[in-house]
Design a protein around this ligand. Structure first.
Ligand code: TXA
Ligand code: MG
Length: 317
């Protein structure tokens, strides 16, 4: 299969929408990372997503909609909490888990009786979802176990030849995935930390992390690059990188300070949001250039810093 790179023009989006309706696989940009889309109500199309990614079949997909109006077609009950969260955060990087309607194939929900849904905040994603006219199941568009893709190049590196098309929307802005929240009760339960912060959700920012028993994806080995990743305390990252370089390792640094001699500067950031935006691209670059160790300067665990540290810990596990 030849994977087409489609421009985000009327013609490109029409072709992409047509492919999705026909059961094809189309990667597209969102505000967080690139997603690998398939017709969410077409079990055969969704099965192809799992095959292309090499994804465990018990890891459910997020269904993407162009707007909140059609949520009731997927969810058996739109709770008052879900309605309120959708009102406040959609379009945006918040995924709501609700009881699923029977119309949602169980391959889409990883065998669960719940369905995860979000409306992405990206003009190309929204235009494509309008054009497709069907709900679109889309996990991150990487091979399972690789860092999520933030550029069309990352998608092609992992899935070129395995999917029908990629819609080119340039680099994604946020860089870490959506926050996944169980919205069946009266208060949101965070299943995966993400771009919408606990503070924004009105939750205790000091609470323990996501619940791995309830969000199947967080159990699997996500975000695991081929090189070693080490998280260093602020102030200690450059020295640790220099020490590893002196010991003969090929080392890259992601920090708020310049890289010392003998260390590759993978990226300089000012705050947690800056690190989020460059993290996955930096990990891929480190792999591509044969670095053995990436030293990343840790960030404070509030705001988006929680999601970033969650991803860094997984990458370093
Ligand atoms: O930002 C994002 O969320 C991106 C873009 C493309 O939208 N998508 C994404 O999808 O990160 P994925 O498949 O890589 O991660 C989906 C997460 C997994 O941890 C999965 O287990 C969880 O959402 N999830 C999906 N459906 C669920 C359900 N019914 N119950 C609990 N967790 C669910
Ligand atoms: Mg993923």
């Amino acid at each position: 299969m030849r994977t087409r790179l489609l421009p985000p023009t009327d013609d490109g989006l029409a072709a992409a929408g047509e492919l999705l309706r026909a059961g094809g696989l189309v990667a597209f940009p969102t505000e967080t990372v690139y997603g690998l889309g398939a017709h969410a109500l077409d079990a055969a199309a969704v099965r192809r997503v799992f095959e292309a990614k090499g994804r465990p079949v018990d890891n459910p997909l997020i269904v993407h909609l162009a707007g909140p109006e059609r949520l009731g077609e997927l969810a058996a009950e739109v709770t008052p909490l879900a309605a309120r969260l959708a009102e406040v955060f959609w379009p945006g990087p918040l995924t709501l888990v609700l009881d699923a309607r029977g119309a949602v194939p169980r391959v889409t929900t990883g065998g669960l009786d719940t369905v995860a849904v979000r409306v992405p905040d990206h003009p190309v994603a929204l235009a494509l979802l309008e054009e497709a006219e069907v709900p679109v199941a889309a996990p991150s568009a990487n091979r399972s176990g690789r860092p999520s893709p933030t550029t069309p190049g990352h998608v092609l590196a992992d899935l070129g030849g395995r999917i029908d098309a990629v819609v080119d929307g340039g680099s994604t802005v946020i860089g870490v995935e959506s926050t996944v929240v169980d919205a069946r009760g009266t208060t949101p339960v965070v299943l995966r930390e993400g771009a919408v912060t606990r503070e924004a959700l009105g939750l205790d920012a000091e609470a323990a992390g996501g619940d791995p028993e309830r969000s199947p994806g967080t159990r699997h080995h996500h975000y695991r690059p081929a090189c070693q990743v080490e998280v260093a305390p602020p102030g200690g990252a450059a020295a640790r990188a220099a020490e590893l370089a002196q010991a003969g390792h090929r080392v890259g640094l992601l920090a708020t300070v310049p890289a010392p001699d003998g260390v590759t500067e993978l990226g300089r950031f000012d705050d947690a949001g800056g690190l989020a935006a460059m993290l996955y691209a930096a990990l891929r670059h480190a792999e591509d250039t044969g670095l053995e160790v990436v030293v990343a300067e840790g960030v404070a665990e509030h705001g988006i810093g929680r999601a970033v540290m969650d991803r860094l810990r997984r990458a370093s596990a």
